[in-house]
Write a protein that binds this ligand. Structure first.
Ligand SMILES: *[C@@H]1O[C@H](CO)[C@@H](O)[C@H](O)[C@H]1NC(C)=O
Ligand SMILES: *[C@@H]1O[C@H](CO)[C@@H](O)[C@H](O)[C@H]1NC(C)=O
Length: 464
């Protein structure tokens, strides 16, 4: 008896659901639904769903990650914001006050971080010393052949630079400065319009494997070409599609931040930053963006999964006993390493990790060519960051691209074999302090965006 009732109720429910999906007595669509209706359930190209990510991120990861990122090791990032744009004459200097980045005074940054051979591990430290010695030799002894000098220089740069997805900033340059990320938060700067549009356009148009004849939806050049675009995207191999989705996810994340830290009010006494629902809707509402908004948000979740997977894969590197988050304060550093490992183990326990083994599989030669292509395109995008006119945006753009590049380096490095405890921690694989700081801060941004989506969902629930 009981079972039959349940079955009947289930049937009625299903019919009602079907009915409500097809006109008739439709309940009014709320603003929240218009942004989030398609952003639920399974994500394309992976076996994870949005709800699982929300619960995992918002309640378990986000609070601890915030705490970690406030520590000295992670808040200071060295960056060269004065590199000229390699692609066009960039004359637009953003004069807005909100675009300015205040670099650290030299006494603000802990000495441990500044020391040239920061001791992030003993092994790396020895290596750096050896390199520095070799470099000194190379610099003084001009009898060294040009080839040897070049080799030494290469060697100094990185033992594994061939794995890199980013053009590394020359942080030895006198122009490179430490920036306190907590004092220079990513938020609305007023940098938009043609300049900002140009950057993203160049990234999508020339660097995402897209032929010129196919136009991106909503780009000022397109007119009703969504269908061509999406059938092109669907026809791509999974790697190239992933490339596009990563960039789109990053773009979405940045826009979530700008909408959540919008300059709401400015008086001569104070500035008030907060959520601007209108701005959020203009970027993500399903109707206002002709369906683009929800797709962008899904790409944000995709990016989240990619970075999450990279972090879970690199755990053995951070577990090495000699790895330190070195700032010079022993007690503090040990505490932070414990927090870091706690976070990483939480990440490792996530049940629905992305499977990167589906990438660059198949024919070895073709796969390698594709991987190289992927890397070249990504490096190119890291150089475009030097063309961003607003310094604040340039800072966060460079940091997030370097973070994502580090995640890709981890995912596709053959030196780091994940899930093989018997092989022990890999000592061949290295990350520099810059890579570590950008990796975690970039992931912190995406994690914050996912959390902010919950806030916007709640705010939108109250308007109709
Ligand atoms: C929110 O953003 C919109 C643009 O999307 C702007 O017109 C409006 O003034 C903003 N609201 C506030 C309170 O700043
Ligand atoms: C790099 O980017 C520039 C500027 O967008 C573009 O002209 C060039 O074709 C790109 N090169 C590669 C290899 O993607």
């Amino acid at each position: 008896m009981g079972r039959r009732w349940v079955f009947l109720i289930g049937l009625v429910g299903a019919v009602w659901l079907l009915g409500s999906g097809h006109g008739g007595q439709q309940p009014p669509v709320t603003a929240a639904q218009r942004c989030f209706c398609q952003v639920s359930g399974y994500l394309d190209d992976c076996t994870c769903d949005v709800e699982t990510i929300d619960r995992f991120n918002n309640y378990r990861l986000f609070p601890r990650l915030q705490k970690l990122l406030e520590s000295d090791y992670f808040r200071y990032y060295k960056v060269n914001l004065k590199r000229p744009c390699p692609f066009w004459n960039d004359i637009s200097q953003c004069g807005r006050r909100d675009c300015a980045v205040r670099p650290c005074q030299s006494d603000e940054v802990p000495d441990g971080i500044k020391s040239a051979s920061y001791k992030y591990s003993e092994v790396a430290n020895n290596l750096i010393e050896e390199c520095e010695q070799a470099e000194r030799l190379g610099a003084v002894d001009e009898s060294l052949s040009e080839e040897t000098q070049k080799a030494v220089l290469q060697w100094t740069k990185h033992d594994d630079s061939s794995d890199n997805f980013c053009e590394a900033d020359d942080i030895q340059s006198p122009d490179a400065e430490y920036v306190d990320l907590l004092l220079n938060p990513e938020r609305y700067t007023g940098y938009k319009g043609p300049d900002a549009w140009k950057i993203w356009n160049v990234i999508y148009e020339e660097n995402c494997f897209k032929p010129q004849t196919i136009k991106r939806p909503l780009s000022p050049l397109a007119s009703g070409q969504e269908n061509t675009f999406y059938s092109w995207l669907e026809g791509l191999c999974v790697e190239k599609r992933a490339f596009y989705r990563l960039i789109s996810g990053l773009h979405a994340s940045i826009n979530v931040h700008l909408s959540a830290r919008y300059l709401l009010q400015e008086t001569w006494l104070e500035k008030k930053w907060g959520h601007n629902i209108t701005e959020f809707q203009q970027r993500f509402d399903g109707i206002l963006t002709e369906g683009e908004g929800p797709r962008r948000l899904k790409n944000l979740y995709f990016l989240y999964l990619i970075e999450l997977r990279a972090l879970s894969k690199v755990v053995p590197f951070f577990e090495r006993p000699d790895f330190q988050l070195f700032t010079g304060n022993k007690v503090h550093d040990a505490e932070k390493k414990m927090l870091l490992l706690e976070i990483l183990h939480e990440i490792k326990s996530f049940p629905l990790h992305f499977d990167e083994n589906s990438f660059f599989a198949g024919d070895k030669k073709e796969a390698n060519k594709l991987k190289e292509d992927f890397r070249l395109h990504f490096r190119n995008i890291s150089r475009i960051m030097d063309c961003v006119g607003c310094f604040k945006c340039r800072l966060w753009g460079k940091l997030q691209i370097q973070g994502l590049g580090t995640a890709l380096k981890i995912l596709f490095s053959e030196k780091l074999i994940a899930n093989m405890p018997e092989s022990g921690p890999s000592y061949e694989f290295h990350l520099t302090r810059q890579e570590i700081v950008s990796l975690f801060n970039a992931f912190g941004r995406i994690s914050t965006s996912v959390k902010e989506l919950e806030n916007f969902r709640n705010l939108l629930q109250n308007i109709h």
